[in-house]
Design a protein around this ligand. Sequence first.
Ligand SMILES: NC(=O)c1ccc[n+]([C@@H]2O[C@H](COP(=O)([O-])OP(=O)(O)OC[C@H]3O[C@@H](n4cnc5c(N)ncnc54)[C@H](OP(=O)(O)O)[C@@H]3O)[C@@H](O)[C@H]2O)c1
Length: 188
Amino acid sequence: VRELVYFVAPSLDGRIASPTGDVAAFPSSGDHIDWIAREYPDTLPKVVLDALGISADGSRFDTALMGWRTYAAGLAVGVDDPYPHLRQIVFSRSAREMPAGIEPVREDPVGRVRALKKERGTPIWLCGGGGLAGALLGEIDRLVLKVNPVLLGAGVPMIDAPYDPGDFALVSSTTYESGVVVSEYVRR
Ligand SMILES: NC(=O)c1ccc[n+]([C@@H]2O[C@H](COP(=O)([O-])OP(=O)(O)OC[C@H]3O[C@@H](n4cnc5c(N)ncnc54)[C@H](OP(=O)(O)O)[C@@H]3O)[C@@H](O)[C@H]2O)c1
């Protein structure tokens, strides 16, 4: 079965956005961005790929899972098809209008993810946010944390879930001159 990977950028205090949902406090340039462009272009929105003059082919991740609020953050800036190079699944309990390239899912994310894991393909990217990650806590096989050198004090938690400890082994940790530390963990 393929893995569910939570590839996400938290602050030092484990928050992935401000209380109003923006990520303005996080550095948007620097050598960690060069690394993402090189190794994880699949996780960059098309607007960013185009701006960088690069492409993505789904070889790292072929599917992105988004909670409604993460998807809606793109809508707010006029982007309704953020990752056209990926299969895009958006979870919402409401019947919401979504364009042709987006697969809306109202059912339990755990059941859908277990089915997706059995399909052939590259690993599944849990894009976020914290609400969806909380629902999928027990299904996360791997974490790639791009920890920003910023304290937010308040904001959207990386994982919004009840207490439920799980052990992970450190695979690698890389520090960037930007101050971002990327650490990868796999579930024990
Ligand atoms: N820094 C980063 O790397 C990063 C990554 C991703 C996102 N973000 C930020 O995180 C924020 C969004 O995170 P969030 O935690 O507020 O929201 P979220 O997880 O993106 O979305 C929450 C919504 O997903 C749906 N959902 C959640 N659990 C579900 C379940 N069990 N079954 C069905 N649907 C479910 C619900 O939609 P309905 O209300 O429609 O039912 C819920 O309101 C945004 O500001 C975004 O920019 C940051």
